[in-house]
Design a protein around this ligand. Structure first.
Ligand SMILES: [Zn+2]
Length: 316
C-alpha cells in the first residue's frame, strides 16, 4: 500500500546507532545525551511533545534501572529513562494502568506544564520522531520488566547493550527483546466491512478483528484462522497492507485486507461480544460521531488508518 508508513508509530527513520550499544556504560559515564522520560509506561509530555532532559537532570534521580540507548539525533545521543519508582503525591492515581487512563501526573522537577500521560490518549498528536522514540522505549522497558530471569536457567539476568539485550551471568545465555506478531484485518464483502468488539472495551467501540499469529503460521493463515474462529466468516484472498509497532505492550500489527467468502456471522462469545457488517456510509457516520451505535477505532490505531484508506478507496 502506498504511504503505508504514514500510520501512527510508522517510524521516523531514527538512526538507532546499534554500533554504539557496546559502549553503553561509557556513554552513561560520560553523561552526554538527552533522555525522554517514562513513568509506569506513560511518557512525560509538554504540549504534545516528549520532554527531553539531560542525563544528569535531577528528575532522573528516581531511576532504578539505567537509561536505555535509543539512538542518535544528529550529534545528540538519545536515551530513555524510567522513573517508575517515583510516587506522586496528591494526584489522580485511580485510573493509572487502566485501558482508558485520562489522568495526568505532574512531577515537581519537570518543566512547568509537563505531565505524564497515557500514550493511547496522545499518540495521534505526536510527531513521527516522538512516536517512534516512545514506542521503542515503552516496549523495551516493558520487556525488561517482565523478563528479569533467564529463560534457560532461571537466574536473574542483567540489562546489557544499551538495553537491547539481557545477559545471564550464570549460564552465558543472551536474550533479546520480543515482539509479538498480531494480524489485524479489514475483511470486506462488497460495500461492507466486518467490525467487532471485545468484552470490556469502552461502550460503543468497534474495530477490525485481530489476533496473535501462532507458531508455524503465515500471516495469511493467521488472518483466515482468526476471522473464522471469531466470526465464522471464511476468508479467501489476503493481501498485506501496512504494519504498526504497537507498544501495548510488545506487538507488531500486520494490517491486511481479506475478502470474505460468506456473510453469515457466528461469533465466538469467548472472544467477541458482537460483530456485524457495516457499510461505508455507516463508517463515515461513525467517523463523524453521528452513528447511533458505533464509536470507531481510536485515532492513531492501524484499524482507524485502514478504515480511512478503505473509505478513500486507497488500499493500493
Ligand atoms: Zn541463564
Amino acid at each position: 500500500m502506498k504511504n503505508a508508513e504514514a500510520v501512527t508509530f510508522g517510524g521516523s527513520h531514527l538512526d538507532r546507532a546499534a554500533e554504539l550499544r557496546p559502549k553503553w556504560s561509557d556513554m552513561l559515564d560520560e553523561g552526554q545525551g538527552d533522555a525522554v522520560v517514562l513513568w509506569r509506561g506513560k511518557p512525560l509530555l509538554l504540549n504534545d511533545k516528549l520532554v527531553r532532559v539531560r542525563l544528569d537532570d535531577a528528575i532522573l534521580a528516581d531511576t532504578k534501572v539505567p537509561p536505555i540507548f535509543l539512538g542518535r539525533d544528529g550529534e545528540t545521543r538519545l536515551f530513555a529513562a524510567d522513573i517508575s519508582a517515583w510516587t506522586p503525591e496528591d494526584q489522580d492515581m485511580l485510573s493509572v494502568g487502566n485501558f482508558v487512563d485520562q489522568s495526568l501526573q505532574a512531577h515537581p522537577l519537570a518543566p512547568e506544564g509537563a505531565a505524564f500521560a497515557e500514550l493511547r490518549q496522545v499518540m495521534s498528536r505526536l510527531s513521527a520522531r516522538d512516536a517512534e522514540l516512545i514506542a521503542t522505549a515503552k516496549a523495551i522497558y516493558e520487556w525488561h520488566r517482565t523478563h528479569r530471569f533467564c529463560s534457560k536457567c532461571g537466574s536473574e539476568s542483567r540489562m546489557d547493550m544499551g538495553g537491547w539485550e539481557r545477559a545471564c551471568v550464570a549460564c552465558g545465555g543472551k536474550h533479546f527483546p520480543r515482539t509479538d506478531p498480531v494480524v489485524i484485518m479489514l475483511i470486506t464483502r462488497g460495500n461492507q466491512v466486518l467490525m467487532g468488539r471485545s468484552h470490556f472495551w469502552p461502550e460503543g467501540m468497534y474495530s477490525l478483528l485481530a489476533g496473535f499469529v501462532e507458531p508455524g503460521e503465515t500471516i495469511e493463515a493467521a488472518v483466515r484462522r482468526e476471522v473464522y474462529e471469531e466470526s465464522g466468516i471464511r476468508v479467501g484472498q489476503v493481501d498485506y497492507l501496512s504494519s504498526q509497532p504497537w507498544p501495548f505492550p510488545n506487538s507488531l500489527m500486520f494490517g491486511c485486507h481479506g475478502a470474505a467468502l460468506n456473510s453469515d456471522i457466528t461469533i465466538d462469545p469467548n472472544e467477541l461480544e458482537d460483530a456485524f457488517w457495516v457499510s461505508r456510509e455507516e463508517i463515515m457516520l461513525a467517523f463523524s460521531g453521528e452513528h447511533p451505535k458505533i464509536k470507531p477505532a481510536r485515532k492513531g490505531s492501524i484499524a482507524h488508518f485502514l478504515l480511512q484508506r478503505w473509505l478513500a478507496d486507497a488500499l493500493d
